[in-house]
Design a binder for this molecule. Sequence first.
Ligand code: AMP
Ligand code: MG
Length: 338
Amino acid sequence: MKKLKYILSIAFVIILVVTMIFINRENKEYESTIYAMNTVMTIKAYGPNAQKGITAAVSEIYRLEHELSVTEPSSKIYEINNASGEPVELVQQKASNDVGDTSDTSALLKESVYISKLTDGAFDISIYPIVKAWGFTEDEFRVPTEEEIKELLNMVGYESIIINDATGSAGVQIPAGFMIDLGGIAKGYAADRVRDILVESGVKNAIINLGGNVLTLGSNPGLGDWKIGIKNPLSDGDIATTVTANNKAVVTSGSYERYFEKDGVRYWHILDPKTGYPAKSGIASVTIIADSSTYADAMSTASFVMGVDKTEELYRQCGDFDYVIVTESGKICSSLNE
Ligand code: AMP
Ligand code: MG
């Protein structure tokens, strides 16, 4: 009897140690922080496949940074912006010689135009000439004259972006003088790609933060749900609220993210495509929670332009996102309280 007890307790200790080793392996955290797409990006992944996944994800981010860049002459976006009104082919050759529309640029252009239609032009990638005029591209901030903005508004309008992929040879055409920029959606897209790569690598739990575009995978090892703090846009360093978000994108757009001040007036980087001026909808920051980070990124920019009421209207219409808005007066409006 004594012997059996002894054997059982030895077996128990062995099982405990093996379980502890396994949990330790599964929960082991790997982290990488890089600077890309003009922002700080952090990927934290857990488990035995994490390091391999992170390495692959980081190269994908750098690849996308080049492909989607508005300033690099080798990018498709640069080619489109400098095509003087001529169509630009977007076709990519697949390894199997099967010609198809597979480029990230193409996918993002389509999604961008889709969101523009959905938001009645609040999100508009053709706003770029005005973003540039305000100096947000090169950090050479200035306040353009009213005439300049009026003139530039003639070169803004997503309706003029023609995407032709009916025949399998996808192409895009914008009028001469028009310019597009994926700054309001590209980081969200990159986060979706990072998540896909981590999953392909066998990672089960991760948290990706690409400059405010947060995307979670699985749960927080050892702690349960992923809890994401939303910054208080009105008070530096404070958290306005926290959301629980497993396998979700949590993307914030706010006036505090990029701005400059001139003669006591603050001008920020999210512009209203209807006026050409920084969007003044009463929102200080908006966080969109959705399955897709690409969608959440574009929608957060759009929501900032649209304001609380239109965001709420779209929330009821679409049913595929949640929102947390902090208004300029500090009020929190959220679909999560319902
Ligand atoms: P985000 O931080 O995702 O809200 O994106 C803001 C960036 O998107 C800006 O820095 C601009 O490059 C670009 N942008 C500004 N206003 C708009 C707009 N109304 N629609 C689409 N992109 C915009
Ligand atoms: Mg955005």
